[in-house]
Design a protein around this ligand. Structure first.
Ligand SMILES: [Zn+2]
Length: 214
């Protein structure tokens, strides 16, 4: 069995997230939802349900407006990270999961030195990714893209989004296909996608791939 980890970013969405939770529940799959702070503030019940059903809730910035590569002054970094963590409150995973906004999935520069230092000091776990099939722009084609992306990976960590109903229509069939192909769903993250673990920088951060590349 090959491990695979799924994550859902940019929600919660009161219209779309419940259906995603229904589908994951039918398949017995637990994942992580990286939520946007200003969305969580108005749709907390949806994320509370995800938490109650065993999914992990992570921080995906307050505004999802600018990648840190484009703005990394202290005030912005603190507001994007800390305000979101505050509103997540008791739904937070103990490892204080955080995922930067990449901007179309770009990894380079997704985490600048400023943000990395703030995440380390705050004891966060910074979770990146290795597969972005583009469900946010290719509502019907993303499953095929995803299957091609995950095939060569030892442990894929796939970024999906629980905000586009037209894309999530295909989730059930996608999950079935992954099972047919021998994938086993893991909730934990592949180590080579974790840049900071509970406040400690890992080799992933040290390589510089995400530190200041963009
Ligand atoms: Zn995002």
């Amino acid at each position: 069995m090959r491990p695979i980890t799924l994550t859902f970013d940019n929600g919660p969405d009161p219209e779309v997230t419940p259906g995603v939770l229904d589908t994951l529940g039918r398949h017995g799959i637990r994942t992580t939802f990286f939520v946007v702070g200003n969305r969580l503030a108005s749709a907390r019940a949806v994320s509370a349900r995800a938490h109650d059903e065993g999914h992990w809730i992570g921080n995906h910035t307050w505004s999802h407006s600018l990648p840190f590569r484009e703005r990394s002054d202290d005030a912005f970094v603190r507001a994007e990270i800390d305000d979101t963590q505050a509103v997540i409150g008791d739904l937070a995973h103990p490892d204080r999961l955080f995922r930067p906004y990449g901007g179309q999935g770009r990894l380079d520069g997704a985490l600048t030195t400023n943000a990395a230092a703030h995440l380390e000091k705050g004891g966060f776990t910074c979770v990146l990714w290795n597969a972005v099939p583009g469900d946010f722009k290719d509502y019907d084609g993303w499953p095929a893209t995803a299957l091609a992306q995950v095939e060569p990976l030892a442990w894929p960590l796939v970024v999906l989004h629980d905000v586009h109903a037209a894309a999530m229509r295909h989730l059930d069939r996608f999950l079935g296909t992954l099972k047919d192909r021998g994938f086993a769903f893991e909730q934990a993250f592949p180590p080579d996608c974790v840049a900071i673990a509970r406040g400690r920088a890992t080799e992933v951060l040290a390589t510089g791939v995400v530190s200041d590349g963009g």
